[in-house]
Design a protein around this ligand. Structure first.
Ligand code: PLP
Length: 443
């Protein structure tokens, strides 16, 4: 049996995969990766336009990051969370240094869902209130409270799980839930809707507003001008904790350390994971404001994880942040968005009748596909099976040319590593351009 068939056989016999009907999937066996590429066992090379699950911000197998993990492993692999350790403190300090000025403490988790779970717990204990407001177009993770806060269809089969979450509509200029005609109107109407939701739910019952600074999997929805500042103002007015979920948007993805920097807004809690160490080891966390940290000065925080601040994971975060700084990765990501992806996608949009909208910033872009001039989505919301065929055909056309795309419902997200070269990026966009002729055939 070849290695590839052995990998497939073991996988199909014993691995239970996330989000999947186990009998209907055929996972691609991957042997190795480097930079912006990965290879399957037959030697076929793919340009990674997905950054896996939008987490390999620094690229695959960065040698300095690999070496930092090896070095830490040789010294100290694990200690329990109640101890202090050089890399744990250094990682927390470095994250606090790039966070807004009043966020100075970090609670480490193993990933994004746990970060949101604990941020909500902190907000509830800090305010003494129980409700959480989050948007319909959102994903916050698959643990109990995080999946309940999630707005997208992944929540539905899991319900009921947790209580106390109320969903509202965030801004989405292209398909405005408020029938707005421009971004300013969208921002104002979305804020009025949020204010109404707060008033009608009872401000005194609401602990937190949890939003993705830039909505990720649900469409790369960049907040219109004034929106985030407006959310901040509503939180201040009603004594609500503002939690910015930057699990996907943070650490370079938007051409900033944290996406909130783009709008100069300071939330009370920021949740992060993915890009902090590009997922080389599981790591996430919550950056905490001085005011909320103060709540837990004398009073114990009633939560914890065996692997909180795991030495290998935090050592990889320290190395990753050094690499970000020394290699100018944040600036590179910003340049890629401004000078390459934005202009190239605008040309692609002008050429293809199937492209309804392109939007994004940094290396965080969506191409939204439609089948007519009425903006009818190329496939329905939550499409699966036969309904998803047009998007599957576009994805297949990309893969055939060696491009691994990120596809969600009627959108292709352009989310390569923040370190991708201009040449590789242009090559990937050219493949996408060609593949979109398949989408055009459905219009
Ligand atoms: N929040 C956002 C915005 C995400 O995109 C994700 C994952 O994609 C999560 C939370 C959950 O993170 P994890 O899968 O590490 O639990």
């Amino acid at each position: 049996m070849s290695t590839e068939s052995q990998v497939r056989a073991d996988d199909r016999a014993h691995v239970f995969h996330s989000w999947s009907a186990q009998g209907l999937i055929d996972p691609l066996p991957i042997e190795k990766a480097l930079g912006s590429h990965f290879w399957d066992y037959s030697g076929r090379k793919y340009l990674d336009f997905s950054s896996q699950l939008v987490n390999i911000n620094i690229g695959h197998q960065h040698p300095r990051l690999v070496a930092a993990i090896q070095e830490q492993a040789a010294k100290l692999c694990t200690i329990q969370p109640a101890f202090a350790n050089d890399k744990r403190g250094e990682a927390a300090r470095m994250i606090a240094e790039v966070a807004p000025a009043n966020l100075n403490k970090v609670f480490f988790t193993n990933g994004g869902a746990e970060a949101n779970e604990n941020a909500i717990r902190m907000a509830r204990l800090h305010t003494g209130r129980h409700k959480v407001l989050s948007t319909y177009r959102s994903y916050h993770g698959s643990t109990a409270t995080a999946i309940t806060a999630t707005g997208d269809p992944r929540r539905w089969p899991n319900e009921p799980v947790a209580i106390g979450v109320v969903h509202f509509w965030g801004p989405y200029p292209y398909r405005s839930p408020f029938y707005s005609e421009n971004e300013q109107q969208e921002s104002e109407r979305a804020l009025q809707h949020l204010r109404d939701t707060i008033v009608f739910e009872g401000a005194g019952t609401i602990a937190a507003i949890l939003i993705e600074t830039v909505v990720g999997t649900n469409g790369i929805l960049v907040p219109p001008p004034g929106y985030l500042a407006g959310v901040r103002a509503l939180c201040d007015e009603f004594g609500i904790v503002f939690i910015a979920d930057e699990v996907m948007a943070g650490f370079g993805r938007c051409g900033e350390w944290f996406a909130v920097d783009k709008w100069g807004v300071s939330p009370d809690l920021i949740t992060f994971a993915k890009g902090v160490n590009s997922g080389y080891l599981p790591l996430g966390g919550v950056v905490i404001s001085d005011e909320i940290a103060e709540t837990f000065r004398e009073r114990p925080f009633p939560g914890g994880l065996t692997y909180s601040g795991h030495p290998l994971a935090v050592a990889s975060a320290v190395a990753s942040m050094q690499i970000f700084k020394e290699e100018g990765i944040i600036e590179h990501a910003r340049m890629l968005g401004d000078d390459v992806i934005g202009p190239e996608l605008a040309k692609i949009a002008a050429k293809h009748p199937s492209v309804g909208d392109v939007r994004g910033l940094g290396v965080f872009w969506a191409v939204e596909l439609v089948k007519d001039n009425e903006k009818s989505p190329l496939v329905p919301y939550n499409a699966a099976g036969k309904d998803a065929a047009p998007m599957n055909a576009v994805a297949a056309a990309c893969k055939e040319k060696g491009l691994w795309p990120f596809v969600h419902f009627n959108r292709i997200h352009v989310v390569p590593p923040c370190t991708i070269s201009v040449d590789d990026l242009k090559q990937g966009l050219a493949i996408l351009d060609e593949a979109l002729t398949v989408a055009d055939s459905y219009t």
